[in-house]
Ligand binder design. Structure first.
Ligand SMILES: NC(=O)c1ccc[n+]([C@@H]2O[C@H](COP(=O)([O-])OP(=O)(O)OC[C@H]3O[C@@H](n4cnc5c(N)ncnc54)[C@H](OP(=O)(O)O)[C@@H]3O)[C@@H](O)[C@H]2O)c1
Length: 276
């Protein structure tokens, strides 16, 4: 049997980096993309490629490289993403577009490029790395949560459209996981503040909340790579994958009791903000 082929976006850091190594280690051919191509792992079976998921030409080059080799495409792992944190009143519209383009539109446009090949094969899987932030929200993460909730809906609808061809679209919902993500989100929150912003103190509460989620979870990027691998290889894939029971329960509770859950989170952040 020929090697299985996976496309991984956001392969220069965190979960995408770990997934690139894991899939290659299992003998897959990995097309691994990121803007910082020099940070993508190298080794047998790995094809590092420069990719900006917000750029149409870059997306096409990424996918065409393997299709030109006449290869099949077994899995597209839409993993690239970041948190454009900041107060909704103050995040500039350019940043809003960049957030939507990276986390949501980039994934959907890349998917369009691989679906014809997958349909021809009669097999294939789109794995979308969302977040428990697709179900929960907290202050300053508004546009990030919009993209992750949007990704969940988009993936679920896609799944209803492509199952007839033997294809699937599934969602991974990580909770706090060791990677560069939290520092980038907090940095963005600071940079998005206007001078003398009334929201400045809230950044500190948010930083404490996000760091607290990391400390409580202890999930590593390597742990999440294993979840991606399960989603890629399960005979009967699920619509949702979680790393831990806690992540699953938190998401479920937030979905079933959105009012009480989110009022609680908001209270915690404001309390963390006051207790310097
Ligand atoms: N860590 C967490 O706690 C957590 C929790 C839930 C969900 N997530 C989600 O998990 C995914 C992976 O994040 P991570 O935790 O591994 O964070 P990370 O270490 O910051 O990695 C993010 C990756 O996304 C890539 N990326 C960002 N913008 C891109 C663009 N325009 N084009 C191509 N690649 C781009 C980055 O590569 P370049 O900068 O080199 O392009 C990097 O490889 C994200 O979608 C994130 O939202 C993370």
């Amino acid at each position: 049997m020929s090697k299985r082929v996976v496309f991984i976006t956001g392969a220069s850091s965190g979960m995408g980096y770990a997934a690139t190594k894991l899939f290659a280690g299992h003998g897959w051919k990995v097309y691994a993309g990121a803007r910082r191509v020099e940070k993508i792992p190298t080794g047998a079976g790995i094809h590092p490629m420069r990719l900006d998921v917000t750029d149409a030409d870059s997306r096409e080059q990424f996918v065409e490289a393997s299709l030109a080799d006449g290869l099949r495409v077994d899995v597209l792992l839409n993993n690239a993403g970041y948190g454009e944190f900041g107060p909704l009143e103050e995040v500039g519209v350019d940043k809003v577009h960049k957030q939507l383009d990276t986390n949501l539109v980039g994934a959907s446009e890349l998917t369009k490029l691989v679906l014809p090949q997958m349909r021809q094969q009669g097999t294939g899987r789109i794995i979308n790395n969302s977040s428990i932030g697709g179900d929960i929200y907290s202050p300053l993460g508004g546009w990030y949560y919009v993209t992750k909730r949007g990704l969940n809906v988009w993936s679920d609808v896609l799944d209803t459209e492509i199952r007839q061809f033997g294809l699937r679209s599934v969602i991974i919902e990580p909770g706090g996981t060791q990677s560069a993500w939290t520092d980038i989100a907090v940095d963005n929150a600071l940079h998005n503040l206007t001078p003398n912003s009334p929201y400045t103190a809230l950044v500190e509460g948010t930083r404490k909340l996000l760091n607290g989620m990391l400390t409580n979870s202890e999930a590593t990027s390597e742990d999440l790579a294993k979840v991606f691998y399960r989603a890629a290889t399960d005979r009967h894939p699920k619509r949702r994958y979680y790393f831990s029971l806690t992540d699953r329960m938190v998401s479920r509770f937030a979905r079933n009791h959105p009012g009480v859950f989110h009022e609680g989170i908001s209270l915690i952040v404001h309390r963390l903000t006051r207790n310097k």
